[in-house]
Ligand binder design. Structure first.
Ligand SMILES: *Cc1c(COP(=O)(O)O)cnc(C)c1O
Length: 416
């Protein structure tokens, strides 16, 4: 097929994420940390494909999986070294939830089979992951088929502001009322990504840790968006200070393969793994067909080697400084409600969305692919973006912020 035929066929027959068949929509969604088609990752996948492209992970193991587990255990927070490979971020979250439930059961608390999550959170698009995401967010449509969990209010204290102790009251109330049914707490530490584009005070995480310890609840950090230096340090929860908020289970994804193949991991502490293995059944009950796919694991190893070879914390600080300089002045624009920058994430929150065709024109004119959703225009660029690239991105964001507001969304329950 020629390019026109490809497009025509695509438009008629292929679903794209969050789109009707017939729309156009493309995105790399924050995973391409080292840039597209990085030669080292491409070469690692090519080499692996000549040796073994896939083998079942039940009863077998292989070098790329072991090497990747070793690398992950080496960079995971202290005490977390048991690695479960999942096919995507959403599955990694499902696996974390199942681990928590199986852990409590093995520990003699089978009635603990719910989780508590945060309003404004996002944990993925599969059923269990949706059920842990903001209850009024983009998944409200599917409430009927979702398991019910508990929610604490979205943390209000901004990153960098003075901590307000009352910010934790809602979580205290939930645990007070339902503590004996709760297997685990889950959150996106510091950076609530897809549903809120919000940075909150890391003290919240230390409070979670303390309360979990008091009540025998496991703490799950979903660092699928925030991890691997996106907010500066390797893990966003490190903003809380050394040892202040170490999770029992950590989910990693997106940048894990640098956007080359789909892969995520759920990393648990020895205590979680050992407790599960002493229970009945002693096996952890999850096993995807493509678990630990060797090509994906080879890409993961190469990507983590690139993270190790570079100074991504410094790169994130460079992006942060550039974004602060470029985006802070946008606060003065009439359609801009707020501007937020942390690490290599820049967000302008609009009062009203411009019309889609106006945004499309800005994208074509600037050559910068922005994908505004809800009321946010944001950028989560690869670390290889140069200062000139970042300035161009800021200019494109400014151009979107200066567009006239469009009509209100026709369906208030679902705004893309
Ligand atoms: C993207 C994301 C997920 C889901 O990952 P997929 O690979 O898209 O399934 C889960 N949690 C967070 C925080 C994410 O940003």
């Amino acid at each position: 097929m020629n390019p026109e035929e490809l497009l025509a066929y695509d438009r008629r027959h292929v679903w794209h994420p969050y789109a009707t068949i017939g729309d156009d929509a493309v995105a790399s969604w924050w995973c391409v940390a080292h840039g597209h088609n990085h030669p080292a990752i491409v070469e690692a996948v090519r080499r692996q494909s000549e040796r073994m492209s896939h083998v079942m992970f039940g009863g077998f193991t292989h070098e790329p999986a072991v090497e990747l587990a070793r690398r992950l255990a080496g960079i995971a927070p202290p005490g977390l070294d048991r690695v479960f490979f999942a096919d995507s971020g959403s599955i990694a979250v499902e696996v974390a939830a199942k681990m928590a439930v199986q852990y409590q059961r093995a520990a003699g608390r089978p009635e603990r089979c719910r989780l508590v999550a945060l309003e404004g959170g996002y944990h993925g698009d599969t059923c269990c992951a949706m059920a842990l995401s903001d209850p009024d967010g983009m998944h409200a449509l599917f409430r009927g088929i979702m398991p019910r969990h508990f929610f604490a209010a979205k943390p209000r204290t901004r990153f960098g502001a003075a901590w307000e102790a009352s910010d934790f009251d809602s979580m205290l109330r939930v645990v007070e009322e339902h503590g004996d049914e709760i297997a685990a707490m889950i959150c996106e530490p510091v950076f609530q990504a897809a549903n809120a584009m919000w940075f909150y005070h890391p003290r919240y995480l230390a409070e979670m840790r303390r309360l979990c310890d008091e009540r025998g609840i496991l703490l799950v950090f979903d660092e699928i968006a925030a991890g691997l230096h996106r907010t500066g340090p390797r893990w966003a929860h490190e903003h809380a200070g050394p040892g202040a908020a170490t999770p029992d289970i950590l989910c990693v994804g997106k940048a894990l393969t640098g956007g080359h193949l789909t892969l995520a991991a759920t990393i648990a502490s020895e205590r979680v793994a050992e407790t599960i293995s002493r229970g009945r059944p002693s096996a952890f009950m999850h096993g995807p067909t493509y678990m630990a796919n060797p090509l994906a694991c080879a890409a993961g190893c190469a990507s983590l080697d690139l993270f190790a070879a570079g100074d991504c914390a410094a790169e994130a600080r460079r992006v942060e400084a550039r974004f602060r300089a470029g985006l802070a002045p946008l606060k003065a624009l009439p359609n801009v409600a707020d501007v937020r920058v942390l690490g290599a994430v820049g967000v302008a929150e609009l009062r009203a969305m411009p019309r889609a065709e106006d945004v499309r024109r800005v994208i074509l004119e600037t050559g910068v692919w922005l994908r505004p959703f809800a009321n946010f225009v944001s950028s989560i660029p690869p670390f290889v973006a140069t200062d000139a690239d970042l300035d161009r991105i800021c200019e494109a964001i400014r151009a979107v912020c200066e567009l006239p507001p469009g009509p209100p969304p026709d369906d208030p329950d679902f705004h893309e």
